[in-house]
Design a protein around this ligand. Structure first.
Ligand code: UDP
Length: 461
């Protein structure tokens, strides 16, 4: 937290205290930990100024100079080519977060890349939100009015934008119909789908698929998310930026201050789940697992999330979480504002274990973040999580409250094994889920699509 930034007790921030006075339930051999009153957590009330964006060379200490040289080599063959990336929002959400870093890095490699955002009225975004939910398996009626709204705004965007680049990367369904601007024999078009298409609403998919089929390639975030398509498909995992506020190295003093502000005792094990208060993230299940494990091992549970106040369901789930935590002062529930990247970073770094006990999940960037910080991660075996958590190698996968409790107890009592999982997890992220890996994948795909790379000739013999 920067100097001069205000902190004040936060009313919506819950710590089950002050007032927790009982003692922990201790198993034989587990020391009784004296309960003290927790200080009311302090939270920043003003967003910090954004830091200057990192440059390519800043990544050298993380990925090594040879990797950077690879990127420069791949980019050299694309010099003079132009790229346009299009999505539907400039801020908020994982896609904007990724584009915010991806586009400057590709430009720094001298492949001229523009990022444009489509515009639309509320009616357009209501339709595309309906599509989004239905593509995740929900219900939605694709009426003629819905089709008309979608096509009308697509036409407006087509009129407003120019399509003169060599390559177009169109993100997600909202701008997908811009493909109508594809010219014969000119430009290559990629559809980058960030959502799980494994079980789409048939009517919505029937409407969208004819657009997708006109692309030159599609990119999905996980093999399990893709669909049968007539066009080539590629797999690009989502990524984190190791130099962002959320993931950069932190001074020990910053980690300590955040823990002090939140009343977290660093002399005892800390088990953390960072997530929106959403039933699919199963925060109540996490508390139940903690309670079972706590019969045998001492620990504190931190549940930190945001958005509960402006999301009616979030508020209900937060209430359920508080009821489940009851008056246990070792359960620390933090309702964080959106500018809490450093706090989340510090909480993850202070944690003995990171949990993501989702029962349904997209990719689960919180898992990536925990692994990157070399933390032993316990996570639900759903969505993109198993691509990150390879069971008993880069973390452990669980399927139930009891399984989660067992793993909390096991990892807290086997610190060397837990540390090895964390170390492996860090390497796995470094290899596969960093922004720089993403840049490399894009450069390779651009080369393939523009024909600057030819497949190897078959080997003789
Ligand atoms: N996150 C955050 N504040 C919160 C809760 C989550 O900044 O209060 C971040 C978290 O660190 C991660 C992202 O939001 O970067 C959540 O991504 P994930 O894929 O795990 O889940 P989603 O919320 O997109 O379903």
């Amino acid at each position: 937290m920067s100097e001069g930034e205000k902190t004040k007790p936060e009313a919506t921030l819950t710590d089950n205290g002050p007032g927790g006075t009982g003692s922990t339930v201790s198993a034989p051999g587990v020391p009784e930990v004296e309960r003290r009153q927790r200080p009311r957590p302090k939270i920043s009330t003003t967003p910090p100024a954004p830091p200057p964006p990192p440059k390519l060379d800043d990544y050298a200490p993380i990925i090594g100079k040879p990797e950077l040289d690879d990127l420069r080599f791949l980019a050299r063959q694309l010099r003079g080519k132009t790229v346009k990336m299009v999505n539907s929002t400039a801020v908020g959400g994982g896609v904007a977060e990724i584009l915010n870093r991806l586009v400057p890095l590709i430009n720094e490699l001298e492949v001229a890349t523009k990022w444009e955002v489509i515009t639309g009225g509320n009616d357009f975004f209501e339709v595309t939100k309906g599509f989004h939910n239905a593509l995740h398996g929900g219900e939605y009626a694709v009426t003629q009015a819905v089709k008309d709204i979608f096509m009308m705004y697509t036409e407006q965007n087509r009129q407003r934008m120019q399509f003169v680049e060599d390559l177009f990367v169109i993100h997600d369904p909202q701008p997908a119909a811009l493909i109508a601007s594809k010219e014969r024999n000119r430009g290559r078009w990629v559809w980058r789908c960030h959502i799980d298409l494994s079980n789409p609403h048939p009517e919505v998919w029937r409407f969208l698929r004819p657009f997708i089929d006109q692309y030159d390639a599609a990119v999905f975030s996980s093999p399990a998310f893709s669909r049968q398509l007539a066009i080539p498909q590629y797999l690009f995992y989502p990524c984190i930026d190791p130099l962002s506020e959320k993931n950069k190295d932190l001074d020990e003093s910053v980690v300590q201050k955040v823990c002090d502000d939140f009343g977290i005792d660093r002399s005892r094990p800390i088990v953390t789940q960072i997530s929106r208060f959403d039933r699919l993230k199963d925060p109540v299940g996490v508390i139940q697992a903690y309670k079972l494990a706590k019969k045998y091992v001492d620990c504190q549970l931190v549940l930190a999330g945001g958005g509960a106040t402006d999301d009616p369901e979030g508020a209900v789930v937060l209430q359920e979480v508080m009821e489940e935590a009851a008056d246990d002062p070792d359960v620390i529930i933090l309702n964080l504002p959106p500018w809490s990247a450093i706090e989340i970073n510090a909480l993850q770094r202070a944690s003995t274990l990171v949990i993501q006990k989702s029962v349904k999940e997209g990719f689960g960037l919180t898992v990536t973040e925990g692994l990157w910080k070399s933390k032993p991660v316990i996570a639900g075996a759903v969505g993109g999580i198993p691509a990150q958590v390879i069971h008993k190698l880069t973390g452990v996968l669980v399927h139930s409250v009891e399984g989660c409790a067992y793993q909390i107890r096991y990892l807290l009592t086997h610190p060397e094994y837990a540390a090895q999982l964390g170390k492996n997890g860090h390497e796995h992220v470094k290899e596969n889920f960093l922004m720089t890996t993403n840049v490399k994948r894009w450069l390779l795909l651009f080369q393939i699509l523009l024909g600057t790379t030819r497949p190897h000739p078959p080997e003789e013999g």
